[in-house]
Write a protein that binds this ligand. Sequence first.
Ligand code: ZN
Length: 285
Amino acid sequence: MELENPSKYKAQLKTQFKRAQQSLLNFVMPPLCPITDLKVQKKGELHPQGWQALDFISEPFCAACGLPFELSATTPISKESLCGACAAPDDAPFALTGPLSFNSLRAVTRYDEPSAKLVLALKNSDRMDIAPVLADLMTGPGKQMLAQCDFLIPVPLHRGRLWSRRFNQSAEIARHICGKIASRQKFLPGLLQRIKPTPQQKGLSADQRRRNVQGAFAIAPKSRINLKGKNIVLVDDVLTTGATMKACARVLRKSGAAQVHGLVFARVIGYGSKSLTLLGEPLRP
Ligand SMILES: [Zn+2]
C-alpha cells in the first residue's frame, strides 16, 4: 500500500507515540498538584482543592500598591483609595510607590503556606511546569499595566546564584507572561543586572534589608536599549518588604523609564508575620 502523504503519517505516528509515552509516565509517576499533592490530569495543573487553598488578593485594595484593606463598616473605601504609605509624602522610605519607585504594584495572592509551596516548587524543585501557571494567574491582576507596557523585566539573580540554580524563576515567569500576552519581543531578561551578591536576608529588619540591596542593581553596560519614556513592568515571584523590587525600580527610573509597575505572584501582607519563615525559606527583601 502506498501512502498518500508519508510525512503526515509519520507526524500522526509520532503524536500517538508521545501520547502513549505520556500515559505510561502518568501511570508510573502520576502528576501531582504542587499544593495538595493530590493526583491531577497533567503536570502543572492544580487540584480544585489547591485552587481553593490560594488566598487571592481582591478588592478593596490600595489603588497604587495593591495592599488589601481590612474591611471596616465605618470606613468608606473607593477604587481610588490609597494606603497610608502610598498617601504619605513622596518617596517615604516605607512606601512602595512614588516618583523614584513604582507607579503601581499588583500581586495575585497573599504569601502563605499554599502559595509558598507553588513558589518553592518552581524555585527549588525545578518544577518548570509551574511557571506558566503563575504567569497565567498574574495576567489577571496585571492586565492594566501589561496592556500599556513596553518591556517586561524580571528581577535578576546574581550570576553566582544563577549558576547554582541554573535558571531565574522570575525570568521564567516573565517569559511566560510575554508568551501569554503575545509580546515575546517585550521580554528583556538581561537588561537589569544584579551586580552585587546580597547576603542572606533572613532575620534582618526592613531597614537592614533596604540597605542590603543598595547599589546591588544596574543596567547592563553593553545594553543598547533606551528606556527613556518607556513603560516597564518589573516581574518577581514574591514581594516581601519590597526593598529588592524598589531598588530595581529606582535604577529603571534613573535610566529614564517613564513608568515602572511591579507584578508579583505572592505578597507578604504584614511584614514580620510568621509567613516570612514559612517552610524555612529565606525570602528576598
Ligand atoms: Zn499603597
